[in-house]
Design a protein around this ligand. Structure first.
Ligand code: PLP
Length: 361
């Protein structure tokens, strides 16, 4: 770690690998002898198109994306996809199933209600979103066009450890906070989307992976920018794409490759999470919020018995250079986001802080 950097546990925008920032810094005024910054290039220029194609190829290779899926690099955030998904997929059935396991899947369902009949296949609100439903708990409507879920719940710190079986129906996943944190089988999904600012790149880039045959059925009033068919046709360049963020994504992907790809990243992430959960579980004062089998490897939510003590711990961690461990405003307590770019050292330091605070209070 450069010694002026803190361990930043922010839920998003979040840490980027130091190597990526340094490389971007070294190229910021003159990319590869072009005499200009990537920020200043036409997205149609030869130099930029080469960057774009390389990033796309690397993204597909690392994620093992099958040929019948298109990858789109868009703007608007995951929240824009909350509308784009029903606009593109809900016709002609006019209905869809949503599994609610936290704040973002609830928002996705609320947005979708504007475009069709939404039925809630399960809602974990009964226990403050501290768990993930079992396959047998899901109530699926046979007439639904698709089933939507969110596989890592950033606010509550829960993560699905299985892919729901939706009986051959189109499965749609909000993967904003764990995309490329572990291998995943794209062929099980119809659409996967993610705001990039948690695990992949700066805010402003939205990644959509869509099975090609699902595009082309958008509702008639769908804005062209939200129409998957139009974006596929334009190769993500129906208008100006988020050029610089795509370039940074490329650097992050090179970094993932240098560590050994998604299997290696997954092992690293599992170790980081285990170190922190172990410290919480073996303490007197702290407890994890998520049920053990639903614990997220990306967002560790935990608390003590009182708001005052939580506050004291957050201050204590801050003094040790561990920043942004405060929980989401409606949940309280602590949340440590440990996405790909968080080094093992950061997880160990946080575990040390938990043990030290536990001993001294
Ligand atoms: C952050 C987040 C969102 C919202 O993303 P935006 O890009 O800000 O729209 C949606 N879903 C999940 C799971 C998230 O973590």
């Amino acid at each position: 770690m450069a010694n002026d950097r803190v361990f930043n546990f922010s839920a998003g925008p979040a840490m980027l690998p130091l190597e990526v920032l340094q490389r971007a810094g070294s190229e910021i005024t003159n990319y590869n002898g072009s005499g200009m910054s990537v920020m200043e290039m036409s997205h149609r220029s030869k130099t930029y198109l080469k960057i774009f194609e390389d990033v796309m190829a690397r993204f597909r290779k690392i994620g093992n994306i099958p040929d019948n899926y298109k990858v789109l690099f868009l703007q608007g955030g995951a929240t824009t996809q909350f509308a784009a998904v029903p606009m593109n997929l809900i016709a002609p059935a006019g209905k869809a199933d949503y599994i609610i396991t936290g704040q973002f899947s609830k928002k996705a369902a609320d947005e979708a209600k504007k475009y069709g009949e939404i039925s809630i296949a399960y809602d974990t609100a009964d226990r403050q979103h501290t768990y993930i439903p079992k396959q047998s708990d899901l109530v699926l409507d046979p007439g639904a066009a698709y089933v939507h879920y969110c596989c890592n719940n950033t606010v509550y710190g829960t993560e699905w450890n299985y892919v729901p079986d939706v009986g051959g129906k189109t499965l749609v996943c909000d993967m904003s906070s764990n995309m490329y944190s572990r291998p995943f089988d794209v062929s099980k999904y119809g659409v996967i989307y993610a705001g990039a600012q948690k695990n992949m790149a700066p805010a402003g880039l939205t990644i959509v992976i869509v099975r090609e045959d699902l595009a082309g059925n958008a509702l008639p009033f769908t804005p062209v920018m939200l129409d998957y068919a139009a974006q596929i046709k334009g190769d993500s360049m129906h208008n100006t794409p988020p050029c610089y963020n795509i370039y940074i994504l490329g650097l992050v992907l090179e970094w993932i490759e240098s560590l050994g790809g998604l299997e290696a990243i997954a092992q690293r992430n599992a170790k980081k999470a285990a170190v922190i959960y172990d410290a919480i579980d073996s303490s007197r004062l702290f407890r994890a919020l998520a049920e053990p089998e639903a614990r997220s490897r990306m967002n560790v939510t935990f608390r003590t018995e009182s708001d005052e003590m939580d506050k004291a711990f957050i201050a204590f961690a801050g003094e040790a250079g561990l920043q942004n461990v405060k929980g989401y405003r409606t949940v309280g307590g602590m949340r440590a986001s440990i996405y790909n770019a968080m080094p093992m050292e950061g997880a160990e330091k946080l575990a040390d802080a938990i043990r030290a605070f536990d001993k001294n209070n």
